[in-house]
Design a protein around this ligand. Structure first.
Ligand SMILES: [Fe+2]
Length: 454
């Protein structure tokens, strides 16, 4: 029976070791983009800087430091246990010290390693190291059957139970935490990194300090209680990270869905803009260009990112009211009669009515209604002047005229840059808002190749 116990203990220790290394390796792999020889190098680096090796190393360093302190000052930490031998496990100070070194070592080693090997997320590498530390520390339980009168069967059962619990926690850690982590790294979500580093870091530090101290002072049933509670803590810890990662992924899903809806609405608006432009043989691409120029102007005038985006959408749809203007009038080869022109003048109001139906973006209608107003109040449809005309409409007005001047017409080629500048300056303060004109002139100044035309 005794030899069977020994065999089981050794086999479970070896299997536990292999599973731990495998789990650690797979976990760390999720944080890197490596294959082939890089993968092998990564494996060795991670192994020798990983929790198992760091654990042994930290105990070794702590042993040397503690020995040194004891020789020089026997009353420094633990005068009552001033052991004269190398049996370090007799002293609390030694355990606390090795716990601290263990923590610092795994933190620093994983950080340096992840930077050197260009991990996708160094903080996640640190997280994996620390979490592995936590699992390793928690699985170093001292449950054994000797508490129950040295019954060999009890010893055997406890060893088996301990082994199975460790396997279960490694498995749960891999399937719940690491797999969630990998979908997170694949999507490269911007997450709050502190969530991943602080809890395990504090846990390892606290655990290394408190638990080793408790192990020293407690015995018998108390050790059993403590070991029992470590199992509970272990599973709670895995569960907590499972929930955190799941929530981050859920937030990511919601963000992606929002992005999709946004992309769809932009595409729909652009399709609508093309439909409007298709009515007019000479204004192909007009609305998209006006939208782009309007956004440039808004950016140049220092509007916020949201406002610039809005101006772009308003620019796309500013002429949507032309849907209601008959094609013969829009494409009339001769000068429009007064009656025909009054029909054309209806397109801002019509566009406003159409776009007002989009309740989720009521501001879209602004550009459509007031883009033909003039700064001096002589425009249409409402004859608004100066700042009574909403700023996006004043911007679109300049962009609209700029595109008209820089596009080819049946009767002329696009105007030279000098001529366009001249026209803008001439109509500054009468047709156009001077602030918008000066922004347009600056944009033109930078466009020395004159690429901003049809
Ligand atoms: Fe218009």
């Amino acid at each position: 029976m005794e030899s069977l116990n020994t065999v089981i203990k050794y086999v479970s220790a070896i299997v536990g070791f292999i599973v731990f290394v495998q789990m650690f390796y797979l976990s760390i792999l999720k944080c890197f983009r490596k294959d082939g020889r890089g993968k092998i190098r990564l494996f060795f680096l991670c192994f020798f800087t990983g929790p198992l090796f760091v654990n042994a190393f930290s105990q070794f360093i702590a042993g040397i430091i503690y020995l040194f302190v004891q020789i020089n000052n026997a009353s420094f930490w633990e005068s009552s246990i001033a052991t004269q031998t190398l049996m370090m496990n007799e002293s609390v100070g030694y355990y606390v010290l090795s716990g601290l070194i263990f923590f610092l070592n795994s933190f620093i080693a994983s950080w340096i390693l992840s930077r050197k090997l260009k991990a996708k997320y160094p903080s996640l590498v640190v997280f994996v190291y620390l979490m592995s530390d936590v699992l390793l520390l928690l699985s170093m339980r001292t449950i054994d059957g000797s508490l129950f009168g040295n019954s060999e069967l009890a010893v055997l059962l406890f060893s088996l139970a301990d082994f199975l619990i460790s396997m279960l926690s490694y498995g749960l850690f891999y399937f719940l935490v690491i797999r969630g982590l990998s979908s997170l790294t694949d999507r490269e979500l911007a997450t709050e990194r502190r969530v991943f580093i602080l809890p395990p870091a504090l846990f390892v530090l606290l655990y290394a300090t408190v638990c080793f101290s408790l192990f020293y002072y407690l015995d018998g049933a108390a050790v059993l209680c403590l070991s029992g509670s470590t199992i509970l803590i272990e599973f709670l810890f895995i569960w907590a990270f499972y929930i955190i990662i799941r929530n981050i992924n859920a937030t990511g899903d919601a963000l992606e869905a929002k992005e999709e809806v946004k992309a769809l609405s932009v595409e729909v608006m652009e399709a609508l803009a093309h439909t409007i432009d298709a009515k007019d043989e000479y204004t192909k691409g007009h609305s998209v260009r006006v939208a782009a120029y309007s956004r440039m102007l808004a950016e140049r005038m220092g509007l916020s990112a949201d406002e610039c985006e809005n101006v772009y959408y308003m620019g796309l749809l500013h002429d949507i009211g032309k849907i209601g203007v008959p094609n013969e009038i829009i494409n009339s080869p001769t000068k429009l009669t007064e009656e025909e022109f009054s029909v054309v003048k209806m397109h801002p109001g019509l566009g406003f009515d159409i776009l007002s139906e989009i309740k989720s973006r009521p501001d879209l209608a602004i550009g459509a209604r007031w883009h033909h107003e003039r700064f001096d109040g002589s425009g249409y449809p409402d004859g608004r002047a100066g700042e009574e005309i909403p700023l996006p409409a004043r911007i679109i007005s300049v962009a609209d005229s700029y595109d008209a001047m820089t596009s080819n017409r049946s009767y002329r080629k696009y105007l030279s840059q000098e001529k366009v500048k001249e026209e803008l300056k001439k109509n500054e303060g009468t047709q156009f808002d001077p602030g918008v004109v000066s922004a347009m002139l600056k944009i033109m100044e930078e466009d020395s190749e004159y690429s901003l035309h049809e």
